[in-house]
Write a protein that binds this ligand. Structure first.
Ligand SMILES: NC(=O)c1ccc[n+]([C@@H]2O[C@H](COP(=O)([O-])OP(=O)(O)OC[C@H]3O[C@@H](n4cnc5c(N)ncnc54)[C@H](OP(=O)(O)O)[C@@H]3O)[C@@H](O)[C@H]2O)c1
Length: 346
């Protein structure tokens, strides 16, 4: 059997941290050897420190691990980070400088010009930026890669399918984001029950800028961002898991509806352990996608698209959906780690 990489999780007790633990249980390439969280948790066994919220229960293998503070060294080869951005910047840099590959969910480094913002199926060539980053920051074996904001990943894949073939010119997106996107305990129940909240702090700027970096080209050591504009409004809705995006898009070149459906449905998935069979699944049912019915598609790693039609004002409109803590966070980070191993970067 091939070597198993020892992984540490920063923010292990949180919403995304727990999802990492669930996805890494029985993973053929990784074993969890270190868990870290805040001073509230450090020094306790994981079972004492963590209020487990996912179905299926806490895996026995992590219960007895003592939670560490979020400082290097940790007993692991790779670090997955799901820390709040308030502490992620300094901590992730410290781990990278200490020689650890850091695969991050937090927003701290996403838009730094020498840090890849990866969706493995779309822009795996951006991993070439890692060498640039190491040189610039004086890292040795360590580096930082990031995955996108959990709402961005719900619509960037169908946009990528359109952009590659027809060129995207402008996008208007309205996101309907699940409660778990705010972590635990997140949005108070009295604010979200029977309600829609038209504000998520800091979200709209991320949704308006990250897709252009993801769909950019790596040329001469830098990423040239894709040349389109995004206008976004972000809403918190009364859904537990699964972010929905309502999207309208103008294209640079003409495309038929059939061509767009084909470009999305045939966008290749990768052949990695966490890769879904279908990366983008365009469904015909008029009432889909829906969070409860579609978020677990492809083990939570498929992006489901529906309601794809020509629009009266824009060229096309569609609705897309992804699981925010799987494809939007831990699942994408694990897939990125598998990609980095496959490319022999780790
Ligand atoms: N939830 C999502 O759908 C989602 C999706 C994509 C990205 N993200 C990003 O992932 C990160 C984590 O989100 P989450 O939803 O998992 O949040 P969460 O449920 O609030 O969990 C936060 C984790 O970070 C730890 N932590 C908090 N403050 C800390 C501090 N000052 N020092 C050290 N550790 C600290 C907590 O440890 P204690 O238990 O000890 O307090 C906990 O393990 C955020 O940057 C978020 O933006 C979240």
């Amino acid at each position: 059997m091939s070597k198993k990489y020892r992984v540490g999780i920063l923010g292990a007790t949180g919403t995304v941290g727990q999802r990492f633990i669930q996805l890494l249980e029985n993973h053929p390439q990784f074993e969890i050897t270190a868990l870290a969280a805040s001073d509230r948790s450090a020094g306790k066994s994981f079972v004492e420190a963590c209020a487990w919220k996912l179905s299926g229960g806490m895996p026995d293998s992590v219960k007895g691990i003592t939670v560490q503070p979020i400082e290097p060294p940790l007993d692991c080869d790779i670090v997955f980070s799901s820390l709040p951005s308030s502490v992620a910047r300094e901590t992730e840099e410290a781990f990278a400088r200490a020689g650890y590959p850091v695969i991050s969910n937090s927003s701290s480094y996403r838009m730094d010009e020498d840090v890849p913002l990866l969706i493995a199926e779309i822009n795996h060539k951006h991993t070439d930026l890692i060498e640039v980053q190491k040189q610039k920051r004086g890292f040795t074996t360590g580096f930082i890669v990031t995955n996108p904001n959990c709402a961005v990943i719900s619509f960037a894949p169908p946009l990528a399918a359109m952009h590659r073939k027809f060129g995207v010119e402008s996008v208007v997106v309205t996101t309907l984001q699940a409660i778990s996107g705010a972590g635990y305990p997140g949005v108070p129940s009295l604010d979200i029950t029977d309600n829609v909240v038209p504000y998520i702090a800091g979200e709209e700027p991320k949704v308006e800028t990250e897709a252009q970096k993801i769909l950019g080209q790596f040329v001469d050591g830098v990423i040239e961002k894709a040349d389109f504009t995004v206008s976004a409004q972000c809403f918190r809705v009364h859904v537990i898991d699964g972010h929905t995006a309502s999207v309208r898009v103008n294209l640079r070149n003409t495309a038929t509806l059939e061509e767009i459906v084909e470009a999305m449905n045939n966008f290749p998935s990768l052949n990695l352990y966490s890769s879904p069979k279908k990366f983008i699944d365009v469904c015909d049912e008029p009432s889909r996608p829906q969070p409860r019915l579609d978020r677990d598609s492809g083990n939570g790693m498929t992006i489901t698209v529906g309601r794809l039609f020509p629009d009266n004002i824009f060229d096309y409109r569609f609705v897309s959906l992804s699981h925010n803590t799987v494809r939007g966070a831990a699942g994408s980070a694990v897939l990125n780690a598998e990609l980095l191993i496959d490319k022999k970067i780790i």
